[in-house]
Every structure is written in structure tokens, then in C-alpha cells.
Design a protein around this ligand. Structure first.
Ligand code: ADP
Ligand code: MG
Length: 382
């Protein structure tokens, strides 16, 4: 794969596709990790290129209202501060070419603005890729979080000399280590849906020594073992799949022993119950489960985590997610966190520098580990 250091950017106009899709709440960026992770490539390009043009998507655009709420302007301001450089923000009704000629760094508006017109960005419209390519001499794709999407801003690589940026390079290098892990190798899966994780389960089950299943996913597996799971979130369509896995890989699969349940996720009341006594909705794992997991994975040399152990966004149900991170951070093993929500939980709970790698991509890291060719890398040569 051609990397940013393998391509000539000297004195060139360089278009960088970043993933600056950060969570924003009431006009405030709540986690700027993706912006921070993009700095290395941007700084490097700034040093050598004549002009830097940055593009990214932000959120989903389905209506005119989404346009207003998903402007990249606020991200542009944060990036300007972090870079300590003035970045010229540019909308699509301006004369982009002359703005680029007159400014060292330009950020264009959200690429998904073009989704209002027949989903041009998300449906990989060729004209849109060409349009973006017309602004530059070289294209750098550093948007790891969207490499699994066939979108027009990724396909710019069809029309310009292209390479991956430092962030994508690091993600690929670190995640590739999971193809040949030091053993024992443990996979910890959580989050809300079995259906999201089925690819990784099927792909990794033969390769891992342990698979810990927590989060809402665990209830589909407990149900498959005939436990009463109360009103916990389950996916009926996957019960047979879970049964099948349990029968084949019983010795590898580690499920909760106790959980915190409640009537409602926003309730101020919760009970700790054994998995034999679930009567409400399970939103977190309990201390016996934590001890059990700790014992089972204590010798693991490599651990990949995808999905939180509970509804971590709510402090009432963040216990399991925090405790699990705490155990992992104290282990002498290579820990890689690979889901969007699990990554932001790890960072928000103070584990930013405690793990070997926290991926900036959820879906992209999963598809990469499933062995799929990521569409964003398809046209970047060797
Ligand atoms: P990631 O982005 O890390 O891959 P997912 O997107 O699969 O994770 O899942 C994250 C979501 O799962 C979180 O919003 C969290 O609240 C939810 N979740 C975790 N455990 C439960 C549970 N027991 N019941 C309902 N939702 C849960
Ligand atoms: Mg998620």
C-alpha cells in the first residue's frame, strides 16, 4: 500500500480525506479524538505541499435541516485551534479554486451535503469524485473510519495519484497484528446487536482462544441457553445462531454470571441479579461476571474489544464497561479497542493512553478484521 511517505507532495496541491466525524451535542464537540488523530498527516502535508485541502463527512444528511446541524465549520474551528493555523472554511457555492489558490489550508463543507442530491456522496457518484479531484494534484486518504464505505470522497483515489495517510497506516499496521496474535487471544464483544457482530464472530471464532460476550448481545446467547432474560434486548433471529455457536464452541464462550437490571434505562433504580433470576431489562454486567472474566482471561496475551459491556452512557450502567477497562489496563497484554462506542467510552473513562491501540473506526476495523477489501483502499496502489 502506497503511504504518504512514498508519494511526492512537494509543492503540490494535496487533498486529504479525513474522518472528522466527531460527536457534537448542542453545538459542542464532545470527543475530539478523531481530529487529534488526524493532525499528524495534516502537519506533514502542510510542511511540504503548496496547498492543503481537507474534506470529511459529518453525521448523516437526509433533509435540509440536517444540513444546518451538520456543518463542518465547528470542526474547522477546532482543527484551526489544534493546528495553530488559520484554516479557511469554504462552502460549495463559493469559488473554491480561487479560495484554494489564495489560502494555504482550506476545509470544504461536509461531503455529505451532496447526499441531498441523489445521495451522491454515499452512493459513490463518479462525477462527485471527479469534482473533488479537480481541486488537487495528489490525494491522501486518512479517513480510516469510513474506509469500509464506497463513497465518492474515497473514490477520488481513482482520479489522482494517491496514498494513505499516517492514521490509516497505523490502523492497518496495528490491526494486522491481530491476524497473527500472541496467544492466548481473547475477543471481547459487547454493544447492542449480535447482527452487527456476526461477521467478526464467524470470522474469528476459530482463531480465538476465548470469546467474552457482554452488552445486550449476551442476552441473545443466554436466551439460547434457555435462561429467562426478562425484557432484555434480544434478537430472535439470531437465537439459533447463538445456540449453534454455544454447542460447537462451549469451551471458548464466556457469558455473564450476574447482571444489573431495571425497568427502564433511565430509571434511578437498579437491581443486581444472578442470571437465573432476570426479570426486567439487563443493562450492565455485575461484579461476579467481572471476577469471572478476569480469571478466564488472565493469561491472554492479545485482547480485542469491540462493544461496551453495558449502557455505559448512563452512569447507572457504566460499572461493567469501566471495570473491564480497568482490568485490561492492568494486564500485561496487547489490548486493542475497535468499536466507535467502546473507543469513546475508553477515552472518556480515562484510558486513552492505557491500551496498545484504540481504533478510530468501528465498522472499518471490523470489516478489516473480517478480511474484506476496504473500498477506500481499492484504488490506492502499492
Ligand atoms: P461499538 O460502537 O463499540 O461497536 P455498538 O455500537 O455495538 O458498540 O454498541 C454500543 C451501544 O450498545 C451503546 O449505545 C450501549 O448503550 C449499548 N448497550 C450495551 N449494553 C447494552 C444493554 N445491555 N442493553 C441495551 N443496550 C446496550
Ligand atoms: Mg457503535
Amino acid at each position: 500500500m502506497k503511504t504518504i511517505q512514498d508519494i511526492d507532495i512537494n509543492g503540490k496541491k494535496v487533498l486529504i480525506r479525513c474522518d472528522l466525524n466527531v460527536p457534537i451535542n448542542n453545538g459542542i464537540i464532545t470527543d475530539d479524538n478523531r481530529i487529534i488523530q488526524s493532525l499528524k498527516t495534516i502537519k506533514y502535508v502542510l510542511k511540504y505541499a503548496s496547498n492543503v485541502i481537507i474534506i470529511s463527512h459529518l453525521g448523516r444528511i437526509k433533509t435540509e435541516d440536517d444540513l444546518k446541524n451538520n456543518s463542518l465549520k465547528i470542526v474547522c474551528d477546532r482543527l484551526s485551534t489544534l493546528l495553530n493555523e488559520n484554516i479557511k472554511f469554504c462552502t460549495y457555492d463559493e469559488d473554491i479554486k480561487s479560495i484554494i489558490d489564495n489560502n494555504k489550508i482550506v476545509m470544504l463543507e461536509n461531503t455529505r451535503y451532496f447526499d441531498l442530491d441523489n445521495k451522491k456522496e454515499s452512493n459513490n457518484n463518479e462525477e462527485l469524485s471527479k469534482y473533488y479531484s479537480s481541486f488537487a494534484d495528489v490525494f491522501i486518504n486518512d479517513a480510516f473510519g469510513v474506509l469500509h464505505r464506497d463513497c465518492a470522497s474515497n473514490s477520488v483515489s481513482k482520479y489522482l495519484p494517491s496514498a494513505i495517510g499516517f492514521l490509516v497506516e497505523e490502523e492497518i499496521n496495528k490491526l494486522s497484528e491481530l491476524f497473527n496474535p500472541d496467544r492466548p487471544f481473547t475477543l471481547i464483544l459487547g454493544g447492542s446487536k449480535v447482527s452487527d457482530k456476526i461477521g467478526i464472530i464467524s470470522n474469528m471464532i476459530e482463531k480465538v482462544d476465548n470469546i467474552v460476550i457482554v452488552g445486550a448481545m449476551a442476552f441473545t446467547f443466554l436466551k439460547a441457553m434457555n435462561y429467562n432474560v426478562g425484557q432484555s434486548l434480544i434478537e430472535n433471529d439470531y437465537i439459533n445462531y447463538a445456540k449453534d455457536l454455544i454447542s460447537k464452541y462451549n469451551d471458548k464462550i464466556i457469558l455473564p454470571k450476574d447482571i444489573y437490571q431495571s425497568d427502564d434505562v433511565n430509571s434511578s433504580d437498579k437491581q443486581l441479579v444472578d442470571i437465573n433470576n432476570i426479570s426486567k431489562k439487563g443493562f450492565d454486567i455485575g461484579p461476579n461476571t467481572i471476577e469471572y472474566i478476569k480469571e478466564k482471561i488472565k493469561n491472554s496475551k492479545t485482547i480485542f474489544v469491540n462493544g461496551p459491556a453495558g449502557v455505559f452512557e448512563n452512569p447507572m450502567f457504566s460499572y461493567g464497561t469501566k471495570e473491564l477497562f480497568n482490568i485490561l489496563s492492568n494486564m500485561d497484554s496487547k489490548v486493542i479497542i475497535g468499536g466507535g462506542d467502546s473507543a469513546s467510552a475508553a477515552i472518556n473513562f480515562g484510558y486513552k493512553d492505557k491500551f496498545y491501540h484504540i481504533s478510530t473506526g468501528g465498522g472499518a476495523s471490523l470489516e478489516f478484521l473480517e478480511g474484506k477489501v476496504l473500498p477506500g483502499l481499492k484504488y490506492i496502489g502499492d
